[in-house]
Design a protein around this ligand. Structure first.
Ligand SMILES: NC(=O)c1ccc[n+]([C@@H]2O[C@H](COP(=O)([O-])OP(=O)(O)OC[C@H]3O[C@@H](n4cnc5c(N)ncnc54)[C@H](O)[C@@H]3O)[C@@H](O)[C@H]2O)c1
Length: 435
């Protein structure tokens, strides 16, 4: 095992920077403020509600994670955002329609106080959106430098000791990693040349990494998921994580599929369809943005079920994912899954799931946990891809040559064992031979 790092204490203010101040970001910020005021509870957040077992079962040591390891307290968080749509936090939360007036009105002044900074935005990459609050620059390099200036100014103006950045912006069109993303030098040259391979989300990731700010990507677009930025993060001692928050249907998928696999039940088909009517749904109505999301959602079962090891059980699995924009539903998505499973002697069975979920309600605690855990990683001197945060993502970034781990339960064990290791405790093996 590598040497245990020294974790510095989480003193002072932590600035949480959010490119994209729409449904997820405003639900997150509003929830944190409501918790701070004692108006609600942080349900869904491991950093706030989960305990961690330490040592043997006989020792009865199960503190809250936040009492075990030094994490920033909610009262020390300050928020900043960028968005091409110039709505303050209150107006944007109203537009998103996730939270009700009874939750927004008591914190109206707080939310109105967060005005998004002008964004690096290009309609070529998010075709269904128009924005007026947009930076102007001769080159993409110049735009990235403007973001770096914003970051420094925010830190100074708000007296922050440290910062983290979580991309909560729209899903950009599908791009494949190419030559322009292979190294930091190639990326910078492509930025100078206004190469179309460089999307706005990459400029935010670049700006964060160059400023030493940990970066996570909540959407499925590439952003920091390129060799060039991964290497830059590694070299500069900056933790990064991604991508695509694991919330509704994929969360359920990564809960069910490991269970079926654990019982060695076969799966012939998995059909997933959704209706949703929020702005995210509208953006995903563009086939090129949907393609980015589809790739992210489809990878899950392939990695999880290991058809190469179990060809008889999963070799012919037909997996289909659809997202349909349907405005009447707003942020309250409905996701249906039909799973055709196979049991003893090949007898077929079916499982039907109808999940009436609230996307941003599921995503908000993930943003909080990522902000606090990425900051922890930075204080522990960890750098590059933080695989232990795969738990939160649909398409976990992994080191070159390693397949990503999608099984929610393995991800959860890895997250907690990493915390134990950082906190000077032994990882749990669940061997139990010494009882
Ligand atoms: N809600 C979930 O459960 C969930 C789960 C996984 C991933 N996501 C992803 O998270 C992202 C946010 O989701 P949402 O529901 O809040 O969407 P949203 O449309 O409400 O908010 C996205 C915001 O990003 C802004 N934006 C677009 N391009 C930008 C840029 N270049 N710079 C700064 N801001 C930009 C948009 O103007 C918009 O306000 C989406 O990419 C979505 O796919 C959401």
């Amino acid at each position: 095992m590598s040497d245990r790092p020294q974790v510095q204490d989480a003193t002072g203010r932590l600035g949480v920077l959010l490119p994209g101040f729409g449904a997820v970001a405003t639900t997150f910020v509003a929830g944190v403020e409501a918790v701070r005021l004692g108006l609600t509870r942080p349900i869904g957040s491991l950093t706030q509600m989960n305990t961690i077992r330490l040592g043997k079962r006989t020792e009865s040591r199960t503190p809250l994670i936040k009492d075990f390891i030094s994490l920033s307290s909610l009262k020390d968080l300050v928020f900043g955002a960028w968005d091409p749509i110039p709505e303050n936090g209150y107006a944007s939360a109203k537009t998103a329609g996730v939270l009700e007036g009874r939750h927004l009105d008591p914190i109206r002044g707080f939310l109105e106080g967060i005005e998004p900074m002008s964004a690096v935005f290009d309609k070529e990459y998010v075709r269904r959106l128009d924005g007026t609050n947009v930076k102007v620059g001769a080159t993409k390099r110049d735009l990235a430098e403007q973001l770096r200036t914003d970051i420094r100014r925010f830190k100074k103006d708000h007296g922050c000791e440290r910062l983290v950045m979580i991309w909560c912006g729209s899903t950009e069109i599908f791009l494949r990693p190419g030559v322009a993303h292979g190294s930091l030098e190639a990326l910078e040259a492509a930025m100078e040349a206004n190469d179309p391979a460089i999307a706005p989300s990459m400029l935010y990731a670049y700006a964060a990494i160059m400023e030493g700010v940990p970066y996570a990507n909540g959407a499925p677009n590439l952003s920091a998921d390129t060799r060039g930025l991964e290497a830059a993060a590694e070299e500069r001692g900056v933790p990064i994580a991604g991508k695509d928050f694991k919330t509704g249907q994929t969360l359920i998928k990564t809960i069910l599929a490991p269970g079926l696999k654990a019982r060695m039940l076969g799966i012939d088909g998995w059909f997933s369809t959704n209706i949703l009517g929020n702005r995210d749904g509208e953006v995903l109505d563009d086939p090129d943005s949907f393609k980015t999301k589809e790739e992210s959602k489809l990878g899950v079962l392939q990695h999880l079920l290991q058809p190469e090891l179990y060809p008889e059980l999963y070799g012919d699995l037909y997996h289909k994912v659809r997202i349909n924009y349907y405005p009447p539903r707003g942020d309250n998505k409905e996701g249906w899954d039909n799973i055709d499973i196979v049991g003893w002697m090949g007898y077929p069975m079916q499982i039907k799931v109808d999940f009436l979920c609230r996307d941003s309600i599921l995503a908000a605690p993930i943003v909080l946990d990522l902000a606090l855990f990425l900051d922890l990683a930075a204080r522990a001197g960890l750098s590059g891809i933080q695989e232990w945060l795969s738990f939160y993502f649909k398409s976990p970034q992994s080191a070159e040559g390693l397949y990503p781990e999608h099984d929610l339960f393995i991800q959860h064990r890895k997250l907690k064992n990493t915390l134990r290791w950082l906190g000077g405790e032994e990882p749990l093996t669940h061997l139990g031979l010494d009882y």
